[in-house]
Design a protein around this ligand. Sequence first.
Ligand code: MN
Length: 221
Amino acid sequence: MSLSLYKKKRDFKQTPEPTGGKTQIGHLVFVIQKHAASSLHYDFRLEMEGVLKSWAVPKGPSINPADKRLAMLVEDHPYDYKDFEGTIAEGNYGAGRVIVWDNGTYEPLEDLEGKKAQEKHLLKQLEEGSLKFRLHGKKLQGEFALVRTHMGKNTWLLIKHRDEYAGTTDITRQNESVISGAVLEDVNKNNRTRTKSPPAEKTAGDVKKKPAKTPREKTKA
Ligand code: MN
């Protein structure tokens, strides 16, 4: 478990993103963020060993078992990222708006007592490249799998299992945040940004692009 890559990619004087967080006892959590970075994608995150294991899913999740959604494994994110919603300013890694599209708890399919045992099992599945779990979210429910492909160690597929929560409707059409009700397009307009910029820069309006003090590589996050 390490957040070193996460921290290396970000300048916390420039981005409102969280730096850490202490996990809660009880249930393992998941979060899916909708992120309008250089290209729109969904970030699928599962709590494991104190951090959020993360995959970027360009098309977002599907509840149709016939769909196999590309999911690129990215760097671990801090636990507190589960509540992050706002704007990452231009010039920063992953610049763009973020909403919490879905969240809740999750568990392995096997009946294992306690979070420790569940995590141990899930970490083994992660290592093996085949994770199977049950989501208890507001939009997503039931069994899903994340399966590593042969196209590369970070290239995975997100697949819905056949169960009573499977269907053919496009779940991403439910586009509002589960914590604020905002849609992605609202984030700037309602000034729902948690920027640490000095007040002078905030008042000028959201559309103005602020040049970063240190130019950073602009990459999809
Ligand atoms: Mn992202």
